[in-house]
Design a protein around this ligand. Sequence first.
Ligand SMILES: [Fe+2]
Length: 330
Amino acid sequence: MATLVGTFFHSHGGSTSMPPDLWREQRLRRPIRDDVPIEDDEANAEKAARTHEGFRVLREKVAELEADVLVVFSDDQQECFDFNNFPGFAIFVGERFTKSTRRRGGPDARQAGRHAELGFAFNGHPELATALLTGVMKRGFDPAFCMDMPKPDRGLASGVIRTAEELTDFSLPIVPVMMNLYFAPQVTGIRSYQFGRAVREAIDEMPGGLRVGVVASGGLWHTPGMPGAWLNKEFDHRTLECLKVGDARGMAEHFDSYVIPAGDTSQDTGRRARNVTGMPSLGGPALGTRETCAWIAAAAVTEGRPTTIVDYVDVYASPVGNAFAYCDQP
Ligand SMILES: [Fe+2]
């Protein structure tokens, strides 16, 4: 039987890659709500250091637990899919997948953190990917599957690439699982919970001695680029309280029961735009905050088990709650 070695949770947004001396400028440039703090370079540098320390703790944990492969729950942000055809769940079953050949912010943009070369090829794991695909199909899910990337210059979902870059030595095989967590109507918290449970059962029934880690990449609260963006720390703290005690279902209920306040322009998905479908979101926060559902799915994999919250860093450049956690008692 395959062995689950643990679950790992991390944010992946722009501030995990952007040098902190650029954060203040971003805060001032973006249409962020007036009451969101404007922090100085010193405060931002301290928060960037905590963010990269969060990655380091997770990277060492993955190595210590001797994972042979990571399953990564994250989202496609039009790297592979677009509004011609956007699946709720998709599993990459191919041998290799690549990073985009284009650098965000232009070819000379400075970057913080660990980054592979543009176009770098990471290893997939077709055997585990196929076992997960068929395993969840036996349990009521019908994900799309991908054997290759339709837009080679865009590569695979950057959320998955960020896990590969920050949590691995760049050679550890990865099974990318793309959930629609950005474009309304996205998958719900409870559906993500159920998916995570199905993945756990599929891992448990896989023959052989593979040591599997499961990662959530994304979140927590963020609505990048939206007018009136703000940071709902209370919402994130409740999510983390549930995660800490292994209450994955509680995370889903907390997520799905959130009601977007009237007049909150930062979560308005009602008007069609470049990154907005114009269709309504189901219950729960909209836009990037929905990536919290990747955390819910991974938490469901280790439901009932205590989880270590490494850090929660409130960054106001976007703004975003950058968080890090792991469960090593699966
Ligand atoms: Fe994201």
